[in-house]
Design a protein around this ligand. Structure first.
Ligand SMILES: [Ca+2]
Ligand SMILES: [Ca+2]
Ligand SMILES: [Ca+2]
Ligand SMILES: [Ca+2]
Length: 282
């Protein structure tokens, strides 16, 4: 399966198809898709950068305002964070958590429980598990990036392409983590080395959180109160507007001041490439 996935990296977004991805040569099963989406959310949640930032170029003023609102929350360490992007272990962990009766697969009720958690709204306690609490706008933008026919929804093929790209990203990140934390140089991470990688992730997200608090927690009570959050939101919106202007200028080939479908597709392809290349992870 790994080899087939690798071949995907050379294909353009529009050429990405579902064929041959799943183990049996058919489409991904519903379990694979759900567990893959949960793993994808975790990959994005463990990052302090924003690989989807350029997607703001295609957002309407209302969408941009909503992204600003969603992004104006304190970064948190997701409950299932591992810091090593070990996909096999991560999938096994997600499956184990939702396989309530322990038969190794997800039945209808178990599947629904995972689905509900993935769709949990911002602020819902369970949203923290998959990093949805502070990455809602990133996950929304990733879904936009992989809506390759621009119909506003993800088909099974588009969803599979999204999961594959995020898995390719995770493998790239995993290689970087290995290069950095394989202290004894034996080519793999033992428990101590994995713990060091996880500690580094936690430290990185906590530093980001501290940075936001130092700038926006005006009354110093350790949380963002309503007024403080509005200031953060307004600053995020201003930053998004500036970035949108830059992205539009870059992708507006026919110079009409806006991005048409072809220009949006080029923007999507550029972001897919960044995702696959493992860029902007921290
Ligand atoms: Ca679509
Ligand atoms: Ca090692
Ligand atoms: Ca405060
Ligand atoms: Ca244009």
């Amino acid at each position: 399966m790994k080899i087939l996935r690798k071949t995907l990296l050379t294909l353009s977004l529009t050429a990405v198809s579902v064929g041959g991805l799943a183990c049996a040569g058919g489409a991904m099963t519903e379990d694979e898709t759900l567990v893959g989406e949960a793993s994808s959310a975790l990959t994005l949640a463990e990052e302090s950068g924003d690989v989807t930032a350029d997607a703001v170029g295609a957002e309407s003023p209302a969408e941009l305002a909503s992204s600003g609102d969603e992004s104006a929350v304190l970064p948190q360490v997701p409950g299932d964070a591992d810091g090593v992007c070990d996909l096999g272990a991560r999938r096994a962990r997600v499956l184990a958590r939702y396989d309530a009766n322990g038969d190794g697969r997800l039945g209808p009720a178990e599947r629904q429980a995972l689905k509900d958690d993935l769709e949990a709204r911002v602020g819902h306690p369970v949203a923290l598990r998959f990093g949805l609490a502070h990455r809602a706008h990133v996950i929304k933008r990733v879904k936009w990036v992989f809506d390759s026919n621009l119909d506003g929804t993800l088909s099974a093929d588009e969803r599979t392409a999204m999961i594959d790209a995020l898995e390719a990203r995770c493998e790239r990140i995993r290689a970087n983590v290995l290069a950095r934390f394989d202290a004894n140089g034996d080519g793999s991470l033992d428990a101590t080395e994995k713990q060091a990688a996880k500690d580094a992730l936690v430290a990185r997200l906590q530093a980001l959180r501290a940075q936001v608090l130092s700038q926006y927690d005006a009354n110093g009570n350790g949380v963002l109160d309503d007024g403080e959050r509005v200031t953060l939101k307004n600053d995020r919106i201003a930053a998004f507007q500036a970035r949108r202007a830059a992205v539009v200028a870059q992708f507006d080939v026919n110079d009409d001041g806006t991005l048409d479908d072809a220009e949006k597709t080029a923007l999507k392809q550029a972001i897919v490439q960044r995702i696959i290349d493992g860029r902007d992870a921290e």
